[in-house]
Design a protein around this ligand. Structure first.
Ligand code: 1GP
Length: 230
């Protein structure tokens, strides 16, 4: 029997109430020659997310190949742009930046990705990516030239989630931006949870076990942590 797809694993974990942790590795910040040490130091987690807002061409593939050789964890691309696509990973979050109004990150990068994706067996997971204010200008805001949504606009965030679901997205990613001063708050996460049955990922500025637990309790299925392990 074949292995379940990553998305099926996400759905199964969600229905079993099992909370998941993804660690984000930014190819520009990782010294590939130290990959063994890095992997040994990482806490137990369920996936590795690989990506950054801007990454030097070719670095993502080098990192993914090095990780594949040393780790059995599922490798999920979390790309800032089309240059970060490599068929050596297992899956890709096909991100639409739905909080913003820049067509480049709503559809144009996606069209540019097609020739690359056609030659891979990557599992493509349509993901609604929602940038929420984390207290300072994030790399996503700078690169995408879109504004984050204020944490007080809970109704708007829930409308985007509804629109994402109507549009066929399979995953919701609530993002405060890497290194955020404050993470997406629990009120937003719990309202998001009431809005949709889709799996919800929350990332950006989550640093402590206590924060992690309260975000899980509010309804997140997956938490992403990066900066705290750098
Ligand atoms: C950023 O959500 C991720 O895209 C993780 O954020 O680096 O702040 O943990 P941190």
């Amino acid at each position: 029997m074949g292995k379940d797809s990553l998305y099926t694993q996400l759905l199964n974990s969600k229905s079993n109430g099992q909370k998941l942790l993804a660690i984000l590795l930014d190819p520009d910040k990782i010294d590939i020659s130290k990959i063994d040490i890095i992997l040994n130091k990482l806490p137990e987690c369920d996936f590795l997310f690989i990506g950054g807002s801007k990454v030097e061409n070719g670095r993502t593939e080098k990192l993914v190949k090095a990780l594949k050789a040393k780790s059995t964890l599922p490798l999920v691309l979390f790309p800032g742009d089309v240059n970060q696509i490599t068929g050596y990973a297992d899956a890709i979050l096909f991100l639409s930046l739905m909080s913003g109004d820049n067509p480049e990150y709503l559809i144009h990068q996606h069209i540019k990705a097609v020739p690359k994706l056609k030659d891979t067996s990557l599992e493509v997971i349509p993901t609604s990516y929602i940038l929420i204010d984390g207290g300072h200008q994030s790399a996503v805001e700078r690169v995408s030239k879109t504004k984050p949504i204020s944490q007080s606009q809970v109704g708007r965030i829930c409308s985007i989630i509804h629109a994402a679901e109507y549009s066929g997205k399979k995953l919701i990613y609530l993002e405060a931006g890497s290194g955020a001063r404050f993470h997406v708050n629990e009120t937003i996460v719990s309202q998001a949870r009431k809005t949709t049955q889709l799996p919800i990922i929350v990332g950006g500025g989550i640093k402590t076990e206590k924060q992690k637990q309260s975000i899980y309790e509010a309804g997140a299925d997956v938490i992403v942590m990066g900066t705290v392990f750098e």
